[in-house]
Design a binder for this molecule. Structure first.
Ligand SMILES: [Zn+2]
Length: 245
């Protein structure tokens, strides 16, 4: 059941001819009761909103009509798209960032995602975290968000490769070809990094964002064996999916 009782004033029109391509998942990230969170999104001065907010009990509130551009992603990019708010639906989960998501909340989320994907023709691998589209700036929905569980419901892809090999080869960092290859893979997946051939701050930020989603065991920004293997697999799978559909 979706409640339409609360409507946020914080939205504007989507950019002309923009198609809804992505769903961005967030956590609210504050120690606030649900009604306080609602009030924050209803407050004109906060200048933030989302399309849907899901309570810990699994109740869903629609705060902005999906035809409108809610203000949830801020400065962000994915696959060269720089106006994520115009091209996405934003879903906030009531969660402080330091606690597990509740089973009821996740059940409602999966149901909502499936409906939105089918109604709007959104591809399953275009369900992303705020941290994916705002690298170096945002960390939600965080490492407790169960992307692996969503993958079992056919939402996105999650690698079964081991996350536990933390070995690094120190020479990698100074190897231009290896760094370019890593940067190209991150860019192919969609991350807003540039090909510099140098293990620079934006590369570390990109790797951390990748790890938050696909290798939550260690969000280090380090180029360890598991990170390299999983990055290669995710990149290949996404390319396969994209060519098939
Ligand atoms: Zn967020």
């Amino acid at each position: 059941m979706i409640s339409y009782k609360y409507q946020s004033p914080n939205y504007n029109d989507r950019a002309q001819n923009s198609k809804i391509e992505f769903i961005i998942i967030h956590y609210t990230g504050v120690e606030m009761e649900f009604h306080q969170v609602i009030n924050w999104f209803l407050n004109k001065e906060s200048r933030v909103s989302c399309h849907f907010l899901i309570d810990k009990s699994g109740d869903i509130c629609n705060l902005v009509d999906i035809s409108k551009r809610a203000w949830h992603a801020g400065q962000s990019s994915w696959n060269n798209c720089l106006d994520i708010n115009s091209h996405s639906i934003g879903i906030e989960l009531h969660n402080s960032g330091n606690e597990d998501f509740t089973p009821l909340q996740l059940k409602s989320l999966v149901k909502l995602l499936k409906e939105l994907m089918s109604d709007n023709g959104i591809k399953s691998w275009d369900i992303l975290g705020h941290s994916d589209v705002s690298i170096g700036r945002k960390i939600d929905p965080g490492i407790k968000f169960p992307w692996h569980q969503l993958a079992k419901d056919k939402i996105g892809f999650f690698s079964n490769l081991s996350q536990e090999n933390f070995d690094t080869d120190v020479s990698d960092k100074n190897n231009q070809h290896i760094i370019e290859d890593i940067q190209c893979k991150l860019m192919t997946i969609g991350y807003g990094v540039k090909k510099s051939g140098v293990f620079d701050a934006q590369t570390v930020a990109g790797l951390k964002a990748f790890q938050r989603h696909w290798r939550p065991k260690s969000v280090s920004g380090r180029l360890d064996v598991s990170t390299k293997q999983i990055l290669t697999e995710v990149c290949e799978k996404l390319c396969e999916f994209r060519t098939q559909h």
